[in-house]
Design a protein around this ligand. Sequence first.
Ligand SMILES: NC(=O)c1ccc[n+]([C@@H]2O[C@H](COP(=O)([O-])OP(=O)(O)OC[C@H]3O[C@@H](n4cnc5c(N)ncnc54)[C@H](OP(=O)(O)O)[C@@H]3O)[C@@H](O)[C@H]2O)c1
Length: 273
Amino acid sequence: MRITILGGGVMGEIITRSILNKHIVESDQLVIADIDESKRRRLSKNYGVKTAKSAVRNMDKTDLLIICLKPQGCGNILENLRGRIKKDALVISIMAGIGIKSLQTLLGHKNIVRSMPNIPARIGEGMTVWYSEKNIPHLQILLSKMVFQSFGKELEVFDENMIDAATAISGSGPAYIFYVAEKLISASESLGFGHKESLRMIRQTFQGAMDLWDETSLSPGHLRQMVTSEKGTTEAAISCFEKLGTGAVFNEGVNAAYKRAKELGKETGRIKK
Ligand SMILES: NC(=O)c1ccc[n+]([C@@H]2O[C@H](COP(=O)([O-])OP(=O)(O)OC[C@H]3O[C@@H](n4cnc5c(N)ncnc54)[C@H](OP(=O)(O)O)[C@@H]3O)[C@@H](O)[C@H]2O)c1
């Protein structure tokens, strides 16, 4: 089997490394197509893979094409591949916002799996939510799962809208967690802790809370109540968060991300590369 990764940026590199680490293919069976020569040189040196400036000439040998381009302006790049992809090849897209129908039209190809991974994929702890139409052969579904599992966990959804929803939840989710950490660091500093001390405390608090969640499998609500005694300090903080409408703020933020994911789908051709 031969794989082409289109776009050797952050995600393209993570996926390359994961696929090679799990021996889904060996390095001589994988080509990364990226427009940037210095990136191509580095990827080829680090992973022993072949590289190309464009994916066009590789398509007749590619069994699996993984599209890791930025959604903005990808239209032209994908249109260049139209009519060149092998009929029985599988295409996996990780691009935010671009729906299967648009991908099918741009590429002139049917077998497409649309997915949304997230950045912890970098350490093999990603969460990938994916969708495919019913016509995809079973073996290609298994192959897609193998690819997604090579960098973390995967979840299949049966309504394509849920990919945009997943973009707003798990796709952008790690950034929300880091945002909460940033706010806690500021709060910690305002109470007199130094930056290094705050980082250490908050990082371990996140780590400990996650490990506890993992190990107990209790719901977050249950775990929160376990540390919230009546008229205690945690209750004072949570009541304040509630009074300020933190839940509604999160809801609005996530909805803004969802709306943006929908808009991205309309921007495929606007920026020319
Ligand atoms: N990063 C994340 O956390 C994350 C999570 C989930 C999904 N995604 C999705 O993953 C996709 C890629 O994101 P990313 O963060 O990996 O972006 P990125 O680092 O910008 O990677 C895209 C790569 O494609 C290259 N490229 C541009 N035009 C090209 C062309 N004509 N032919 C070949 N390569 C070309 C870019 O080169 P230049 O830099 O020279 O333009 C860049 O190296 C996006 O669609 C995003 O929605 C990202």
